[in-house]
Every structure is written in structure tokens, then in C-alpha cells.
Design a protein around this ligand. Structure first.
Ligand SMILES: Cc1cc2nc3c(=O)[nH]c(=O)nc-3n(C[C@H](O)[C@H](O)[C@H](O)COP(=O)(O)O)c2cc1C
Ligand code: FES
Length: 601
């Protein structure tokens, strides 16, 4: 099984597959070995990934030139090759089998149950793993009311951000009296660092289609749309193939499975705007208008696409539905916490050893995700915080590591579940700089319809930017808090309403860092260039010239074997010397106040 998710494809997995096919033919193994391209395996950072079944031997970071040896040793002679196996950080011995690797061991795969084990471009493989069983049951044995009751009893809440109960939304739409109703699958996924939906679309598109047919029967819709952002070409291609194959098998289109039920699906390609993921903006975009939100109510369930009742759910929500119908609401409700049922997929990124996609039961602690599954922080650095819930989520500090990830706990802590982006930060991350990054993203993505969001995000960004430049003033933090509340209260859609979360949560948990920037003109994390200074530690400098050679502005003076000095008037603080030095002799000076001369207008 060769991983052909976007991550592995981008580091050459199609070439690995070609090389495997060639080598397998060369060794005359073509009748013994089947080579399958799967969707994302989850452990994207280790790509390209190859899984040898049935033993489950896990190979990683392969190169084309490794393949002849691997085929000869493992596939021909039956000797798994240690040097291509995964070695956990701080350990020496490789772990041969996928099931024994910590990253995989502690996950609970429900939505991602088919990841890495089927070819997403072959419907037969999906059917082979109980695919379309739930749809057959829903169409042949259940009434729409029974389907909705089952989804409601499961406790499923939307995975796209707000966590609205799915059964309740379907029921509201079912009750509407209209000649036509629609379904939408929201695959816009604009959050930086998030790739959960892309991975499902690429790895198991039939699961989404199956969920949508079940939803269509529940609300009485004949037509559905899958909205995929422009940046996801592979996802689009796989969903396209999936739709064609489902139609050929009579699982989509007219008279599905001979039950007399008609439903078909069309793909709509987004143009890559974050705000277009908001449901009313997305509906406008599908209709061919500019993707900007409108005031709610009426909600889409009452007045959605072309003014007709419409159910819009996230990719992960749709892919969860068949599992609930097949295995029962009771089973699903048994997973997770009192108010957050089932599992949640997170994309684990940032300063983390095991970058990738993880699915865990709701209520799993941040500590377990970051340390047990994620393998902790690289280079033994200190864990500082996680940004959870995307750009409008919030940061949770290390001291709240035991917090369970469920909708209520996260909101109470000032963050939110969002769609599942989880960015890990170490002690080298400046929280003021982080708030600036997200504000910059949000001010850029704000559609500009409401003043509070358009101007609020812009002003908050300007203030935070000024603080990172060492020009912070007394009263800035209070002004930020005031603006944040206005933006939250007065904005029309979720973008403006949650835009202040990164600022408010960083102010709440890392106020001292703001104070250091504003009053002491220091950046304790050593990130904000105006507030740091690079210097060479004489006792550690070996005079190897590496930093001198790496400096693009010739700011380093010194001779071979002599202590080097950085000329502060020439230094542009690019950090090249820090990276070049192998003796940890270059340091960022962050404890000393830097005098900032403010320009006067
Ligand atoms: C600015 C903004 C962007 C959003 N982007 C997405 C997105 O990319 N995908 C998504 O499913 N929901 C997104 N949402 C939430 C949707 O408006 C909507 O609540 C969701 O698609 C409903 O599906 P669910 O109930 O299954 O979560 C976004 C909301 C806002 C305010
Ligand atoms: S793309 Fe291969 S593991 Fe994610």
C-alpha cells in the first residue's frame, strides 16, 4: 500500500509506486504482489510511506533508489529492511509494524477507518469494507424520521466548527414544506494548518457520498453539492471518480438500489477564500455570486440554496453518518464525553515530532495528543501552548495540558473546537507574534461587509504589529480588549465574531509577554526582530568562520580560530548566523531592553 495522499504525493510517492511496479515485474513477482495507491495514512511528515500487508510493516521516507533493495529483500526474500523503518525520537531501534508505533497505537479510527487500506479510486474496495451497507439499510429499512432519530440519539455534532447538533439541523430542514431541498458538503477548509477534510475527500470519498445519500433521504432532497476548495485538485479528482463509479453501480442517480429514491451529486470548486467556508457565503458561491455571508436567520435549513431549504454539513460530519447508521446510535454515543460524542480528527502540526492527522475519541486530553501520539516537542524544547480551532480559535497554555478536547471545555478555556486544526508551539514561539499572524490572516480574509469586522481586525492587527515592532504603548492591551469585544458583539458572521479569540486568549494566558514587549521593549521568545539582537558567545566560539560565511550582509568580523563579533549596525537579524553555528555560540539577546526610536509624523 503506497500512500498517495497530498503530503506523500508531494514528496514523490507516485514515483515510488512506479519504481515498485517496475521492480516487482523485474523480480517476476507481479502475480504475488499487488501494489495499491491509498489515501493519506496520517503520518504525513514521514512520507513517502509504504505499508506491506498483511504483516503491516511500515516503511517511511523512501526514495526511488531504495526500492530495488526493498523489493529484493522484503518482497522476494522475506526479510523486512530495518533501515527504512521508523525510529522514534530519542530511540535507537526501529519499529517494524505500524500497529506498534505510538502515533498510530492510541488513535481510534472511525471516520478514517479506511485510511491507508483501500484505493480511493476503486469503489469495490470501499464496498469490500462494509461500504454502502448503511445506505442500503437507510433506504430499504428506515423512514426519514427514523434516520433523523438515530442521528439525534447518537449525539453527533457538526465537525465544521460550531458543533451544532446534526439531527436537529436535519429535522428543521425536514419540517420545511418546499418542492425542492438541497444538501451541501462543506469542503472549503480554509484554516491555515488544517487538512482533515482534504484527507477524507482524498482517502475515502465514497464515505462522504454514502453519508449524503442517507442525509438526502432524511430531509427529502434530490440534489447535493460538494464544495471543494480550489487548492485541493487531488481531492476534486478523487471525488469526481467516486461520483462516476457510484453512478455506474446505481448508488447515485435515479432509483438508487431499486428503492425508487433519486439523488445525485455535483462538485462545485471554490476559489480559495476562507470566508467562503461560512455556510451562507458558501451558498452564495455555489449560486455563482461572490462568497460573502448574509445575516441569519433565516438559516439555510429554512432558506438556503436558491432560497430552498438546505442542509449544509462539513466533510467529516458526512463521513461519520454511515458509521452511525451501520453500527447504531448507541454505539456512537458510547464514545467521547457527556456532551461531545464520537471521535474528532485533528491535524497535528507545528513544533511537534509526529506531524500528521490523528483521530481520537472526544475528551482525549491535549497532553495525550501532543505527547503520546505526537511524540512531544522536537529537540527537547519546552511545550508552551497549542492553538486550537484554526485562526479564530484560541491558544491553550501548557498549564492546561490536562484539558479534555470537547466542545464545552475548549470554549470555556477561550478556544474552540473549530474544524480541528491543532498547532503546537514551543518556548521559541512569541505569543504576540502569533496573535499578529492570525490577525493578519483574518483581516485579509474578512469580506469587509461589516465595519466591526473589517475595521476591527485591521485595527487590532495594527496595534499588535506595533507592539511586535517595539512601539507598544501604555493602554494598548486595554484597547485591544475593547476592540475585541466590539468585533465579537457587532459582527454579522462567525469570522468577525471569533476573530478576537487569538488576541483574547494570548492576552489571557500570556499577558506578561505583551507587557515585556510594551513596557520593557523585550521579546522573551527571541522572535520579534526589532526587539532582539544576535551576539556571539566568546567562550563557545571556535572561530570556524561558518557564521561569517553565512551572513548575507557581511556583519560578522573575525579570523579563523579567533572569536567572532557581530557588527550591530550591519546586522539585519535574519538569523543565518544562528543557523550556521554548530557550537551554539550564537545567541539571541532578549533580556535586555532595546531602544526603539519611533518615527514622528
Ligand atoms: C469564516 C468561517 C469559515 C468557515 N469555514 C468552514 C469550512 O471551511 N468548513 C466547514 O465545514 N465549515 C466552515 N464554517 C462553518 C460553516 O458555516 C457551517 O457551520 C458548517 O459547514 C456546518 O457544518 P457542520 O454542522 O457539519 O459543522 C465556517 C464558518 C465561518 C464563520
Ligand atoms: S499523505 Fe501520506 S501519510 Fe499523509
Amino acid at each position: 500500500m503506497v500512500c498517495a495522499g497530498t503530503g506523500c504525493v508531494s514528496c514523490g510517492s507516485f514515483k515510488i509506486k512506479e519504481a515498485l511496479e517496475k521492480e516487482v515485474r523485474k523480480q517476476n513477482l507481479q502475480d504475488e504482489v499487488l501494489i495499491i495507491a491509498t489515501g493519506c495514512n496520517g503520518f504525513c511528515e514521514r512520507g513517502p510511506i509504504l505499508l506491506v500487508q498483511p504483516e503491516g510493516v511500515f516503511y517511511q521516507q523512501l526514495k526511488v533508489e531504495d526500492i530495488p533493495f526493498l523489493v529484493e529483500e522484503h518482497l522476494l526474500k522475506g526479510r523486512p529492511v530495518k533501515k527504512f523503518m521508523y525510529i522514534p525520537p530519542k530511540e535507537k531501534n526501529p519499529i517494524p509494524k505500524m500497529k506498534d508505533i505510538e502515533f498510530f497505537k492510541h488513535q481510534r479510527l472511525i471516520v478514517l477507518r479506511n485510511r491507508g487500506r483501500i484505493d480511493p479510486e476503486k469503489i469495490e474496495e470501499y464496498i469490500g469494507f462494509d461500504g454502502y451497507e448503511a445506505m442500503a439499510k437507510a433506504l430499504a429499512e428506515m423512514t426519514p424520521e427514523q434516520i433523523i432519530a438515530e442521528i439525534s440519539a447518537s449525539g453527533l455534532r457538526g465537525r465544521g466548527g460550531a458543533g451544532f447538533p446534526t439531527g436537529k439541523k436535519w429535522e428543521a430542514c425536514r419540517k420545511e414544506k418546499a418542492t425542492s431541498k438541497y444538501l451541501i458538503c462543506n469542503g472549503d477548509e480554509g484554516d491555515p494548518g488544517a487538512f482533515m477534510d482534504r484527507s477524507i475527500l482524498e482517502a475515502d470519498p465514497q464515505a462522504i457520498l454514502e453519508g449524503m445519500v442517507i442525509g438526502a433521504k432524511a430531509i427529502g432532497a434530490e440534489k447535493g453539492f460538494i464544495y471543494i476548495r480550489n487548492e485541493y485538485p487531488l481531492a476534486r479528482q478523487r471525488v469526481d471518480i467516486a461520483i462516476r463509479q457510484a453512478r455506474e453501480y446505481g448508488l447515485l442517480g435515479k432509483n438508487i438500489l431499486g428503492t425508487g429514491f433519486d439523488f445525485d451529486v455535483e462538485i462545485v470548486q471554490g476559489a480559495g477564500a476562507f470566508v467562503s467556508g461560512e455556510e451562507t457565503a458558501l451558498i452564495a458561491s455555489v449560486e455563482g455570486r461572490i462568497g460573502t455571508p448574509r445575516q441569519r436567520p433565516p438559516y439555510p435549513a429554512q432558506k438556503g440554496l436558491w432560497g430552498k431549504p438546505t442542509v449544509i454539513n462539513n466533510v467529516e460530519t458526512w463521513a461519520t453518518v454511515p458509521n452511525i447508521i451501520r453500527r447504531g446510535a448507541h454505539w456512537f454515543a458510547g464514545l467521547g464525553t457527556k456532551t461531545s460524542k464520537g471521535t474528532k480528527i485533528f491535524s497535528l502540526v507545528g513544533k511537534i515530532n509526529n506531524t500528521g492527522l490523528v483521530e481520537v475519541p472526544m475528551g482525549t486530553t491535549i497532553q495525550d495528543i501532543v505527547f503520546r501520539i505526537g511524540g512531544g516537542i522536537p529537540q527537547n524544547r519546552k511545550f508552551k501552548a497549542v492553538q486550537i480551532g484554526g485562526p479564530s480559535g484560541g491558544c491553550i497554555p501548557a498549564k492546561l495540558m490536562d484539558l479534555p478536547v470537547d466542545y464545552e471545555s475548549l470554549t470555556e478555556a477561550g478556544a474552540m473546537m473549530g474544524s480541528g486544526g491543532l498547532i503546537v508551539m514551543d518556548d521559541k514561539t512569541c505569543m504576540v507574534d502569533l496573535a499578529k499572524y492570525f490577525l493578519n490572516f483574518l483581516r485579509d480574509e474578512s469580506c469587509g461587509k461589516c465595519v466591526s469586522c473589517r475595521e476591527g481586525t485591521q485595527r487590532m492587527w495594527e496595534i499588535v504589529k506595533r507592539i511586535t515592532e517595539g512601539k507598544g504603548r501604555k493602554g494598548d492591551m486595554e484597547l485591544l480588549e475593547e476592540l475585541a469585544i466590539a468585533c465579537k458583539d457587532a459582527s454579522m458572521c462567525g469570522l468577525g465574531q471569533t476573530a478576537a479569540n487569538p488576541v483574547l486568549s494570548t492576552l489571557r494566558y500570556f499577558r506578561k509577554e505583551f507587557e515585556a514587549h510594551i513596557f520593557e521593549k523585550r521579546c522573551p521568545a527571541g522572535v520579534c526582530v526589532n526587539l532582539i539582537r544576535y551576539h556571539v558567545l566568546p567562550e563557545k566560539c571556535t572561530g570556524c568562520l561558518a557564521c561569517k560565511r553565512g551572513c548575507p550582509t557581511d556583519a560578522i568580523r573575525g579570523v579563523l580560530k579567533g572569536v567572532h563579533i557581530i557588527d550591530q549596525t550591519k546586522c539585519i537579524k535574519c538569523g543565518a548566523c544562528l543557523e550556521a553555528c554548530r557550537f551554539e555560540a550564537v545567541e539571541t539577546q532578549r533580556d535586555e531592553a532595546i531602544v526603539i526610536v519611533e518615527e514622528t509624523r
